[in-house]
Design a protein around this ligand. Structure first.
Ligand SMILES: Nc1ncnc2c1ncn2[C@@H]1O[C@H](COP(=O)(O)OP(=O)(O)O)[C@@H](O)[C@H]1O
Ligand SMILES: [Mg+2]
Length: 262
């Protein structure tokens, strides 16, 4: 099973959007996927369900507080092949509790002991909550960092790379690999400047060849509780959000199998 943490120290760089849309893209390609929402803001959860209309009975807060195994909080979604371990505001309290306990960084990994039959888990993480991000990375096979091409974009990446190095070298999870960074909200008319490209090279960003173009339809996902695939279905014109994420998901699978995109 591939377990991917989607992380960055920066907020608003497209983490939740990427976690959900890569998962849904892979489900459309026939894979069985689970989205694990570790962010108290629960944006990924809100793209896949309406938690106000149907409040989740159990959430990942129960997992990080050590009350339930991950398998016990999984619920279905309306999207075939996509399951969800929902996040909720109680995660703030649950992570404080985890932080105060010995073994608090391995709560998620230890909650995975019930066998799960998914091809991919995508873990969405908050930018600032270090204990939640650490729990995700300790439980993962891979980490992916989305970023928007603006000033300071690579700060969020450097933090994640340092966290990975620390987790690997401390022996907490020596199989953890950085799978690359995905550029989102790319303005086709404004290419990365030479300086930014040099920064990306120096940061060993392992940039994906696939890019997610700027697309205002993504702004509707949380409020309408649906993904770009649903929003673009039946919409006229080019379905660029759907095709960008299908391409990125294909590249992600290729990278995981060890064949870098050309
Ligand atoms: N490709 C894109 N084009 C335009 N807006 C985007 C794109 N991807 C994400 N967004 C928007 O950017 C904002 C931040 O995205 P989000 O996934 O919530 O980031 P994070 O989880 O890192 O805070 C959201 O309003 C989202 O709809
Ligand atoms: Mg988010």
């Amino acid at each position: 099973m591939n377990i991917l943490t989607v992380a960055s120290r920066k907020g608003g760089v497209g983490k939740s959007t990427a976690a959900v849309h890569l998962a849904v893209a892979l489900a459309r390609a026939g894979r069985r996927v689970l989205v694990v929402d570790l962010d108290a803001q629960a944006n990924a959860t809100m793209m896949l369900t309406d938690p106000v209309e149907k409040p989740p009975p159990r959430t990942t807060a129960d997992v990080l507080a050590g009350r339930l195994d991950l398998a016990r909080v999984i619920q279905g979604t309306d999207i075939p092949g996509v399951m969800l371990a929902p996040g909720a505001k109680e995660l703030t309290e649950a992570t404080l509790y985890a932080q105060s306990r010995p073994g608090g960084t391995t709560m998620l990994r230890r909650s995975l002991k019930t066998r799960l039959s998914f091809d991919y888990l995508f873990i969405d993480t908050p930018p600032e909550n270090v204990i939640a991000v650490t729990n995700a990375l300790v439980a993962s096979t891979h980490a992916l960092v989305p970023f928007t091409p603006d000033a300071g974009a690579l700060f969020g990446l450097a933090f994640v790379r340092e966290a990975i190095d620390e987790i690997v070298s401390s022996g907490l999870n020596d199989g953890l690999k950085f799978i690359g960074s995905l550029q989102v909200a790319v303005d086709e008319r404004v290419k990365l400047t030479e300086a930014a490209r040099n920064d990306v090279r120096r940061a060993k960003a392992e940039l994906f060849v696939s890019e997610i173009r700027t697309n205002s339809r993504f702004l509707r996902c949380v409020g309408e509780h649906r993904t770009i695939f649903d929003i673009e279905r039946g919409a006229g014109g080019e379905h660029k959000g759907s095709s960008d994420y299908m391409d990125a998901a294909t590249e992600l699978e290729r990278r995981i199998r060890g064949r870098r995109a050309a």
